[in-house]
Design a protein around this ligand. Sequence first.
Ligand SMILES: C[S@@+](CC[C@H](N)C(=O)[O-])C[C@H]1O[C@@H](n2cnc3c(N)ncnc32)[C@H](O)[C@@H]1O
Length: 327
Amino acid sequence: MEADTLTKIQAQFAHDVHEGLTASPKHLASKYIYDHKGDLLFEQIMNLPEYYLTECELAILKNNRKEIANLFLQNTASLNLVELGAGNGKKTKILLEQLQKQSPNFRYVPIDISGNALLQLKNSLSIEFPSLTVTPKQGTYFNMLETIESSESVKNVILFLGSNIGNLSHSQAITFLSQLASGMHSNDMIFVGCDQKKNPQTILNAYNDPKGVTEAFNKNLLHRINSELNANFILDNFLHWESYNPQSGTAKSFLVSKINQKVQIAALDLEVDFKAWETIHTEISQKYDDGLISDLVKAAGLQITAQFSDKKNYFKNYILTKATSFD
Ligand SMILES: C[S@@+](CC[C@H](N)C(=O)[O-])C[C@H]1O[C@@H](n2cnc3c(N)ncnc32)[C@H](O)[C@@H]1O
């Protein structure tokens, strides 16, 4: 990755950690969980029996791959497949294989904040899909959006899998989708995966596995601050806590300080004071229903063109296009 990009991401990380740990209540952004260790932990999470999201979306893609590829390739000779938060591309590879069968003429542009994830993905694709044109881009969704080329002659299909959209608050998701929509031509598409509301216990269990993998994943934020910003967080002094509000559909992850403690972050010249049981909010994982999706899509100037779900209706993938009219 370019040194300039890395410096910008590190400077933003330092800035956001300072801002989040001096705020009241304290917060840290989940996008910073993903470094080499965070990526490995997320791969373990995807294999946990409690984390149903991956299996459900995988089944949707496997069972509908032809129809999805046909829709992506409709009305175009040239396809640009852009993926936001690509991770290890496990599910995307089902679509890449199908698209390659149906059309050799497409480019894959994986975007991710984690340089490590992009490097691993690029290496595995060069072995599994040697003829595929891959253009990885490291950065945040919002920043990378500006670099996506838009033209009438090339169709952009933007993948947003894994319910990554649920890591944005409702208003952030509207702003984000509106920005996407404003750069879209009538033929362009968004393919988004959204975890659905279900038994609240099933949702809580998905973020609270007994092996403690999700706990280690959440705490990787503190580990990263220790190693990159020269801090002295003692990870055992915090516990992982998950909450789910079945009315709003919002799951939230927290780190909770077990004791009164002070933590020094040398690179920020900052001492952070924690009271016993004080929280750091680290992640939102929004769950959706048809009404919520319909509101979100309408508010962003988009429309649902097709939708797919798994047998249990745990997860849905939607194809969104630019709305032809607001009604
Ligand atoms: C939950 S994982 C999902 C990966 C993959 N989409 C899937 O469904 O398996 C989220 C991925 O998005 C990346 N990510 C999270 N927030 C991001 C942001 N704001 N901008 C860019 N990438 C982000 C992470 O590095 C990680 O690889």
